[in-house]
Design a protein around this ligand. Sequence first.
Ligand SMILES: [Zn+2]
Length: 440
Amino acid sequence: MALKEADLIITDIDFVLTMDENLTEFTNADIVIKDGKIIDIGQNKKNEYFGKTIIGKGKIAIPGLINTHTHAAMTLLRGYGSDNPLKVWLEEYIWPAEGQFVSYEFVKDGTEIAVYEMLRTGTTTFVDMYFYENAVADVIKEVGIRGVLSTGILDFPTPGAKTPDEGIAKTIDFIKEYKNHPYVIPAIGPHAPYTCSPETLKKAYKVAEDYDVVYHIHVAETEFEVNTIKEKYGKTPVHHLNDIGVLSERTLAAHMVYPTEDEIDILANKGVKIAHCPESNLKLASGVAPVPTMIEKGVNVAIGTDGTASNDDLDVIGEISTAAKLHKGVNKNPTVVNAKEALLMATRWGAKAILMEDQLGSIEVGKLADIVLIDIKDPHINPIYDPYTQIVYSSNGLDVDTVIVNGEVKVLNKEVLPFDKEYLLEKANYWKEKIKSIKK
Ligand SMILES: [Zn+2]
């Protein structure tokens, strides 16, 4: 039998957790990749193809992880002003630092540090909202990781736009520049219902519809927000957004800590996607989102780390581990958010949240080859009774050994190939010295 040509063959993988509709699993299997896509999966497939190989022995394969809410460049503010009340943290630390330093260089350097960490811990796609997203796009193009990028649009002046209309116009230009790019996926990012007027929210939604992009927004994150919206509009945030017509399957709502029971029904009926950010909600003392109820009612809940200033890392495996345990404790029910659901939040449900379920989120023939191999040759992950359980409860992002994006190897033997680590450490230190010098 003539051998067929492949670009990359991952051989003898102990467990392949495909995360497809049936949660199909393979053992001692091979994954075959060609032209950036998965073309074959199964035992002894390596005997049918020729091409470059990677050893999968001693590893679990999972789909590339999807972080559905972050502010990548905020790595430069990691740990800055921690443990203060929210108002003090924002007004005395974060906003002054951002006001003085956010620029193309700040965002590019901060994003490089973030992308290093994301690849190192198995993230192959991230959803970003910040300023100077052209800098984020430039990093993505150099490195080869996927990013769904939205510039924060607010009713007050931002580093990139004096008015919300200017922010929207710039987003349209960005969408036109990057529509159909393999790595840079444009989106629109009205910041939140308490920072954007109904007019701004509606104008941004029209752009999302016209250009078929994700509508990325923070919703119902804190009690402060709920009270502000109630005072202003006489209703809670989800009702408010529903009444102005900006909720649909393209709406990606970050946080959603405080939806009411009937609002959860609205989210389910409208197909709104949730980016659940448990560690940020805990660290900022925002509260705990009703995730088990949302999942039970059919809401698509994905996972997000939020920015590193409020987390303080970008480790998606750590985040789903927190989610899985947090909701058990709060609900006094050890069966909610089980290990499979936790991993779905970071894979297929994440792909659904960014409207890319047909291309990403599971290891299936025909899908894009975004694959992560987790090293299981370490006592802290053994013995392995159940691979889902071991990933969610025993491992962390640093157990990721190999990361493949679009069929290209980006991390091998725990080394992030596109980056010089020393250079990133120098950059982090350079910005620390500047930010530390802010007079309070
Ligand atoms: Zn956020």
